[in-house]
Design a protein around this ligand. Structure first.
Ligand SMILES: Cc1cc2nc3c(=O)[nH]c(=O)nc-3n(C[C@H](O)[C@H](O)[C@H](O)COP(=O)(O)OP(=O)(O)OC[C@H]3O[C@@H](n4cnc5c(N)ncnc54)[C@H](O)[C@@H]3O)c2cc1C
Length: 496
């Protein structure tokens, strides 16, 4: 039992009650709840433990330490989609913007029906959402929010579009704007500021830099879990876990990859969903100094749930990457960087993708096919985003389309409102992935039962983004936490 992360210094066998694989929004929530109930919990995390005082303050170092693949991860398809995930203790919550939202009630009702999820819907989830929101102190940030937020506010007011403030997981946030590379003050209520210390205080053990490779199933039970851990001196050691129960919480990509690699394949990794997102760089006549303020803490929600228009984190490193997408057309912006902001149009995503593990490859093969509806939403979304930018005083708007000369007026920026975006030149990205192992009693489409137990197994459970049945159209962390809490409590109550 420890008050901080353990290191493995030799080949080891560990007996435990519940092994939680992955320490992100889902895993940390399960670990804290089970430890609170007195269970013997071990959390195993592939990435490093980076404490608040030790987080890097530069984008390249931050991305290489806390992001999976240093940020170079992609879903293949006719149009590839760059995706981002955390790979550290706390998972994505350490690098995310901590915007907390609940899934629309109509979607929750729809999912309960479509997937036959027992005891699921807005009423049944309310208390899980409320408790999760309280754990991370989901709250509005007091104004002033800064020029980057004011731009969206102003645009919404001028165009008569609905604009909504966004709650965040924060307590005494001082606005360093470094959320995406690890909060240096602990103001962001990520998992290392909330659920991980709560779990450790109740006796859970945490093993960082320990990669689970194998689940050994005998009949319907997992009897052993094999992992490779890195010691302080960099040497690697074998760890063999003998758990009574296992929660896989490795995220929407790695949960299905781990299951499939170990022969658990029914409805696993066939229905990945995501929020395809198209960014723009907007240049204004005046200085914005977006690097100095928090990321925009409001969004244009007039066109939800199909499209959301909002603002991205702005740091010189990210801005440089956006300019480098099309050096010819955009290099002049480098000198103008204080006048620039980065904004996005996000579609709910109705296409699906797959996750496959390939022998010999460390990372799974991820693919995603945008649906025609997704393309329409992105085209319309970026046209509306352009209009918003010009309404708020932009002089130039560059969509993430290679070779695009940029727009200089509200009239020209509607170019893709009614004709297709160029699929081979459009640079799409996403930070929201889910639905690769949906829950429910419909055996033709669900990987687990209504409470996360993998169908056909007795002691193998899931609790992470892979369980969110479909794309929610809003930021997913709070839904992931609420569903993880629900799965953990069903497990404690023996309802599974
Ligand atoms: C840049 C960025 C910004 C975002 N902004 C927001 C936001 O503002 N609001 C919001 O709601 N959401 C946001 N998200 C999304 C949100 O962070 C994720 O949806 C959420 O963290 C997913 O939770 P999870 O538990 O499914 O997985 P994760 O948080 O990804 O955790 C999974 C963990 O499992 C570990 N793991 C994987 N495989 C193994 C293995 N084999 N062995 C051991 N460990 C393993 C991983 O290293 C990882 O730490 C953002 C994401 C990113 C990347």
């Amino acid at each position: 039992v420890s008050s901080g992360p353990h290191r493995i210094e030799r080949d080891t066998i560990i007996e435990c009650g519940t092994l939680v694989i992955g320490s992100g929004a889902g895993g940390a929530t399960v670990a804290a709840r089970l430890a609170e109930a007195g269970h013997d919990v071990v959390i195993v995390e592939e990435g490093p433990y980076v404490d608040h005082a030790g987080v890097p303050d530069q984008v390249p170092e931050g991305m290489s330490r806390l992001w999976r693949g240093g940020g170079l991860t992609v879903a293949l398809g006719r149009t590839p989609i760059a995706y981002a995930e955390g790979r550290c203790v706390g998972g994505g919550t350490e690098i995310n913007s901590a915007i907390m939202q609940r899934a629309p009630e109509t979607l929750l009702e729809d999912w309960a029906r479509t997937y036959q999820i027992t005891d699921y819907g807005p009423t049944q989830l309310r208390s899980y959402y409320d408790r999760s929101a309280a754990i991370v102190n989901a709250s509005l940030t007091p104004p002033p929010l800064g020029a980057a937020s004011d731009i969206l506010q102003d645009a919404g007011a001028r165009l008569g579009w609905k604009i909504s403030p966004l709650e965040r997981a924060q307590r005494y946030c001082v606005g360093t704007n470094l959320c995406s590379i690890g909060c240096p003050t602990g103001g962001k209520q990520s998992m290392t500021a909330t659920q991980i210390p709560a779990a450790l205080a109740r006796g859970a053990r945490l093993i960082a830099e320990c990669n689970v490779r194998r689940l050994v199933l005998k009949g319907s039970r997992v009897t052993r879990v094999d992992a490779i851990a890195r010691a302080w001196d960099g040497l690697r050691h074998r760890v063999r876990f003998r758990p009574r129960d296992v929660f896989v919480c490795a995220g929407a990509v790695h949960t299905p990859a781990l299951l499939r690699r170990n022969g658990v394949r029914r409805n696993v990794g066939n229905t990945l969903r995501l929020h395809p997102t198209l960014k723009v760089v907007a240049r204004f006549a005046r200085e914005i100094n977006a690097q100095r303020s928090r990321l925009p803490l409001n969004a244009i929600t007039e066109f939800m749930p199909d499209q959301r228009l909002g603002g991205s984190v702005f740091l010189p490193g990210y801005f440089g990457m956006s300019v480098a997408e099309d050096w010819e057309n955009r290099r002049w912006l480098l000198e103008e960087w204080r006048n620039c902001g980065m904004y996005y149009a996000m579609a709910r995503g109705s296409g699906t993708g797959t996750v496959r593990s390939v022998p010999g490859l460390a990372e799974p093969l991820v693919s995603y096919a945008l649906s025609p509806v997704d393309w329409n939403n992105l085209g319309l979304g970026v046209a509306r985003l352009g209009q918003a930018m010009f309404a708020a005083g932009a002089t130039h708007v560059y969509p993430s389309i290679v070779g695009h000369p940029g727009w200089t007026s509200a009239e020209t920026c509607t170019e893709f409102a009614d004709r297709p975006l160029p699929a081979s030149r459009t640079n799409l990205m996403t930070i929201h992935l889910f639905s690769s192992c949906p829950p429910g009693e419909d055996l033709s489409r669900c990987a687990t039962n209504s409470f996360g137990r993998v169908h056909g197994t007795e002691n193998l459970f899931l609790a992470d983004a892979s369980q969110v049945p479909e794309a929610p159209g809003v930021n997913p962390q709070l839904t992931i936490m609420a569903m993880a809490l629900r799965n953990a409590e069903a497990f404690l109550a023996g309802v599974h």
